[in-house]
Design a protein around this ligand. Structure first.
Ligand code: 5GP
Length: 209
């Protein structure tokens, strides 16, 4: 019997390299589905509507909130971001492990609503390295980088609410650790209740009781 997929939330400081880890994880393994969020911010160079995000207007975002079409949503440095419900539910039912790359408020809301969710926080090898990665990305101006570093200071207090931390030292190593971590969740007894019940029935039949 195919198990239902696991919902995994991956958060991390802006610029830590979550996007790259996600991309490599998806390319390497086919049991994952990436939840594409809706956002009111503008696309960065190279971002494609429907791939990185659904880029929508404030009006459309509010409409989706009213219609209860998000699993969660939050504001992050002047813009709104939300996780559309339908895709996540559909993929989990198909047995795919669904990854949500979202910030901390959203992550904690998801955990409250769906306690089985695995929360993973990606951290850089050092703060200096984080600043270097944010600056090298070259997609944001100095003020935005500073706003994101400030937000990182606030987010640091939330890491303790996550289940695991993942240090992004090198991408291939981080990808492997994340993959093993997610797959080990499928072995939890709570994810195998039907399997355990079936085994018990078979044992009863075999033992003649
Ligand atoms: P960025 O603008 O750098 O793509 O994303 C900014 C932050 O918003 C990141 O921390 C990202 O993980 C988060 N984010 C992206 N999509 C969602 C979402 O659907 N919900 C929430 N709560 N946060 C999101």
């Amino acid at each position: 019997m195919k198990q239902k997929g696991i919902m995994v939330v991956v958060s991390g400081f802006s610029g830590v390299g979550k996007g790259t880890i996600m991309k490599e994880l998806m390319e390497k393994y086919d049991n994952y589905a990436f939840s594409v969020s809706a956002t009111t911010r503008s696309p960065r160079n190279g971002e494609v509507d429907g791939r990185e995000y659904f880029f929508i207007t404030d009006e459309k975002f509010d409409e989706m909130v009213q219609e209860d079409r998000f699993i969660e949503y939050a504001r992050y440095v002047k813009h709104s971001y939300g996780t559309p419900k339908s895709y996540v539910e559909e993929k989990m039912a198909e047995g795919k492990d669904v990854i949500l790359e979202i910030e901390t408020q959203g992550a904690l809301n998801v955990k409250r609503k769906y306690p089985d969710t695995l929360l993973v926080y990606v951290i850089p090898p050092s703060a200096k390295e984080l600043k270097r990665r944010l600056t090298e990305r070259g997609t944001e101006n100095v003020e935005v980088i500073e706003a994101r570093l400030k937000r990182a200071v606030e987010e640091a207090d939330e890491i303790g609410s996550y289940d695991y931390v993942l240090v992004n030292d090198t991408v291939p190593e981080a990808v492997e650790r994340l993959h093993s971590l997610i797959q080990s969740q499928h072995l939890l007894t709570v994810k195998n209740r039907e399997e355990i019940a079936r085994m018990k029935e078979e044992l009863i039949a075999l033992s003649g009781k």
